[in-house]
Design a protein around this ligand. Structure first.
Ligand code: SF4
Length: 212
């Protein structure tokens, strides 16, 4: 079954522990969730059907070996799993940005899952696959996107969950809704063992929504 691909582009990775590095992005079409603050709604439906071989050939031509598979919810397409394996075989360091709605059990062990655990303010906090926090591997990262103080307090509790012990946890304010400085102060007040994350691509190219 072919993939449905929204866009392929070369940019600066704006999130996670690899922020700042040149990176190839493959954005797949479709998402079963509807987060209130979603900034990629254009990927819900727009896209074109492409074979895995075709996508691998295109990304191989970019001058970077860091690749992010994103969406939408990329793992909602079954062929995302063999795509990740093909890319890892080609020597790519593959990051998979996922809402956690689909089990990461079949994800190639060489890939890094960036598990975007949905906070209550997203409106989609109940959509996480029940096993995914138990399936986190040492290289995976947990991202919590927070819209307000209530979301922060939810995150503060989650950080104490034993399933997250040792994991890199990134707290990211919803762009334009939660002041990053306020979030930083809350983290300091609680001495929370997390990383504050600002979406670097939105600082570099404000107002640009696609291809970054
Ligand atoms: S999971 Fe991601 S793509 Fe889907 S609605 Fe939420 S923010 Fe948007």
């Amino acid at each position: 079954m072919p993939l449905v691909v929204n866009e392929v582009f070369f940019s600066i990775q704006g999130e996670g522990t690899r922020a700042g590095r040149p990176c190839v992005f493959v954005r797949l079409t479709g998402c079963p969730l509807r987060c209130h603050w979603c900034d990629t709604a254009y990927a819900f439906y727009e896209g074109r059907r492409r074979e895995v071989d075709d996508v691998v050939a295109e990304v191989d031509a970019f001058p970077a070996r860091l690749l992010t598979l994103t969406g939408g919810e990329p793992l909602a397409q079954p062929d995302a799993f063999p795509l990740v394996t093909r890319l890892a075989d080609r020597g790519f360091e593959v990051l998979v940005e996922t809402s956690g709605h689909v089990s990461i059990e079949r994800l190639d062990p060489r890939a890094v899952a960036i598990l975007d655990v949905k906070a209550p303010g997203s409106g989609e906090a109940e959509r996480m696959h029940p096993d995914n926090l138990d399936r986190l591997r040492p290289q995976d990262e947990v991202k919590l996107v927070l819209a307000d103080r209530a979301d922060y307090e939810w995150a503060r509790e989650l950080v104490r969950d034993p399933r997250l012990r040792g994991a890199t946890v990134l707290l990211s304010p919803v762009h334009g809704r939660l002041d990053p400085g306020a979030l930083g102060r809350w983290i300091l007040e609680d001495a929370l063992p997390v990383r504050l994350q600002i979406q670097l691509h939105k600082v570099l190219w404000p107002g640009v929504e696609r291809g970054v």
